[in-house]
Write a protein that binds this ligand. Structure first.
Ligand SMILES: CC(C)(COP(=O)(O)OP(=O)(O)OC[C@H]1O[C@@H](n2cnc3c(N)ncnc32)[C@H](O)[C@@H]1OP(=O)(O)O)[C@@H](O)C(=O)NCCC(=O)NCCS
Length: 208
């Protein structure tokens, strides 16, 4: 019998997560979210309902997308709730991802299509790797980090807890990104970033 997974989140990113869950052979128990646009899956309500029904499925996956600080915080609150209520998080890895054999992967990790994770890297719990990001050798990625599509992390990069790395950002080898930081899309990071920082690249100007 297929294992049943509950999805936390009801938007576009949840749709992507469900695709990977199905590719991994899971049955979707239903959606728990503040609101859901996923009409084809049963919607139950949010965290209180999840806790009441927790014996009916094998585990959950947090499918709340991250485009800014608010997304990081929303996920952090859910992670705390799951810990307090002993609800198991299931990792979901696309069959189209390439991951070195010795990579350590925590609970509730999402790895999307075409992600590449190199040797010696360790990944905490509830980390999100969106499509086509490239993670170098011996990186350390802590809990609740979100890495957007097309990000490049050089070797030995450390990303502390609760960080978002925006789409297409590049992080030089050996750099540490401090806890709670937001790396805006297309940032080029060459030095350590302190905790709770915000980095922004130069945005394009319109000339006509
Ligand atoms: C940096 C970022 C997190 C800011 O998002 P936000 O917190 O929602 O903030 P807003 O977009 O409302 O912007 C806040 C202010 O910062 C400015 N700003 C945003 N990005 C900027 C940039 N690169 N350079 C200069 N100013 C910027 C906005 O113009 C706005 O200014 P205003 O208040 O004067 O209008 C966001 O731009 C970003 O890079 N997100 C990542 C997106 C991503 O990776 N998506 C893929 C996910 S799968």
């Amino acid at each position: 019998m297929p294992k049943k997974i509950a999805i936390i989140g009801g938007g576009g990113f949840a749709k992507e997560v469900i695709e990977v869950a199905l590719l991994n052979g899971y049955e979707i128990y239903g959606v728990f979210a503040k609101e859901s646009s996923l009409d084809e899956y049963k919607y139950f309500g949010y965290l209180d309902e999840l806790n009441k029904l927790k014996d009916e499925f094998d585990g959950v996956h947090i499918a709340i997308g991250v485009v800014n600080q608010e997304g990081v915080e929303n996920r952090r609150v859910v992670i705390e709730f799951l810990k307090e209520n002993s609800i198991e998080q299931i990792s979901l890895i696309s069959p189209l991802a390439t991951i070195a054999k010795d990579v350590k992967i925590g609970d509730g990790v999402y790895i999307g299509h075409k992600v590449l994770i190199s040797v010696g890297t360790s990944i905490g719990d509830s980390v999100l790797f969106n499509h086509s990001c490239l993670i170098g050798h011996d990186c350390k990625i802590e809990d609740n980090v979100s890495i957007a599509p097309l990000v490049f992390l050089g070797g030995n990069v450390i990303v502390e807890k609760d960080v978002m790395v925006g789409v297409r950002s590049t992080i030089r080898q050996g750099v540490k990104i401090g806890r709670g930081s937001i790396i805006g899309m297309c940032s080029v990071i060459i030095k350590n970033i302190k905790a709770n920082a915000l980095t922004l690249p130069i945005p394009s100007k319109s000339y006509r």
